[in-house]
Write a protein that binds this ligand. Structure first.
Ligand SMILES: Nc1nc2c(c(=O)[nH]1)N[C@H]1C(S)=C(S)[C@@H](COP(=O)(O)O)O[C@H]1N2
Ligand SMILES: [Mo]
Length: 336
């Protein structure tokens, strides 16, 4: 490890600065002019994404009918250390191409079968090895800790990718707030079980619902992990995991559990949904790794949804500087 230069995202030399920094600069500039969020005919590679985000914000596209109380949460202050190397995915594209097996296995159709789902009222249970197990209303939880906006890449194990602005609470702060005992080594998440509202939970009975996932506590308290309640500057719509999900951008998408009702702190590595479905194909760590192919396809490249652009997959999805110190050689080389 000694020879690994730990370089943070905000320390990249100027020549490596991405077009994203141009985007952020312009956003700041427009803000001073009072134009931020306006749909302007701007030139350049990022005009499309800019316009998409601005128009989406103006129209509330894809946004659930937010409870009036939710409004004060947006826009959350953007954390500038997380920069993108590609344009943001169009909001409408991201909202109409989802993995959410509780609803349907067809990504294009999730958006069409979410109508019955009621993301509120909603409670979240904090359980297991914590000093005080409790159940809390999701909106109380969201307001208990400072939130921020982060632009992250997302890489599905199926080799599609997107880049979106999430709003959430750094998971490190959430874990601290949850007060795990020193014996806790993992945090396990459990998602909802509502076959009346999520059709595939009623239909696909061969799966072990509800969806369950987990992280090591060092991963959960890494700077990148985000307890997420918003996207594109508004509450998550159901298909993106309302009202609360995890986002772990250095891991394949299935680690980013949606529709969470419970966080359970444990001292044993928790079983995980996809590993139990196909142990040879999906590990516990599931860090993005271009060198380790899925048994049925290569992970060397990925395609951006919406544009179809093909890009080389990056180790840890481009987040190695934040996370690689947590992993040993074996976990970097094998499907784990
Ligand atoms: N509860 C639950 N969470 C889930 C999934 C799921 O089927 N159920 N799919 C995962 C997968 S495979 C991916 S790629 C992402 C997709 O998130 P998105 O639809 O918001 O893009 O959600 C993850 N979280
Ligand atoms: Mo995925």
């Amino acid at each position: 490890m000694a020879n690994i230069l730990r370089r943070r995202g905000w320390e990249i030399p100027e020549r490596e600065a991405t077009p994203e920094s141009v985007y952020l600069e312009r956003r700041r500039f427009l803000k001073t002019l009072g134009l931020a969020g306006a749909s302007l005919a701007l030139g350049g590679a990022f005009a499309g994404a800019d316009r998409a985000l601005a128009a989406a914000r103006a129209a509330g596209a894809g946004a659930p009918k937010a409870a009036p109380a939710a409004k004060a949460l947006y826009p959350a202050k953007r954390n500038p250390q997380f920069k993108l190397d590609r344009p943001l995915t169009d909001e409408k594209v991201a909202a109409a191409y989802n993995n959410y097996y509780e609803f349907t296995e067809q990504k294009e159709n999730v958006i069409k079968v979410v109508d019955k789902f009621k993301p509120r009222p909603w409670t979240v249970e904090i359980a297991g090895l914590v000093s005080k197990p409790r159940t809390i209303d999701v909106d109380q939880l969201i307001r208990a800790l400072p939130a921020e906006e982060r632009l992250y890449r997302h890489r599905c194990v199926e080799a599609w990718a997107m880049a979106v602005p999430w709003t959430g609470i750094p998971m490190r702060a959430f874990v601290k707030w949850a007060q795990p005992l020193s014996s806790a080594k993992y945090v396990r998440t459990v998602s909802f079980l509502r076959p009346d509202e999520a059709p595939n939970q009623a239909h696909a009975t061969w799966y072990k619902w509800p969806y369950y996932e987990g992280l090591r506590l060092d991963e959960a308290t890494n700077e990148l992990a985000l307890v997420t309640f918003g996207i594109y500057g508004h509450d998550l719509p159901t298909q993106h995991g309302a009202p609360l999900r995890i986002v772990t951008p250095w891991k394949y998408g299935y680690k980013s559990a949606k529709g969470i009702v419970k966080f359970e702190f444990t001292d044993k590595q928790p079983a995980t949904f996809w590993h139990d479905v196909a142990p040879d194909e999906y590990g516990f760590l599931s860090n993005v790794n271009p060198k380790v192919p899925h048994p049925r396809w290569s992970q060397a490249t990925e395609h951006m949804i919406g544009t179809g652009e093909i890009r080389p997959t990056q180790a840890y999805n481009g987040y190695a500087a934040w996370v690689m110190e947590m992993y040993d050689e074996k976990s970097r080389t094998f499907r784990s």
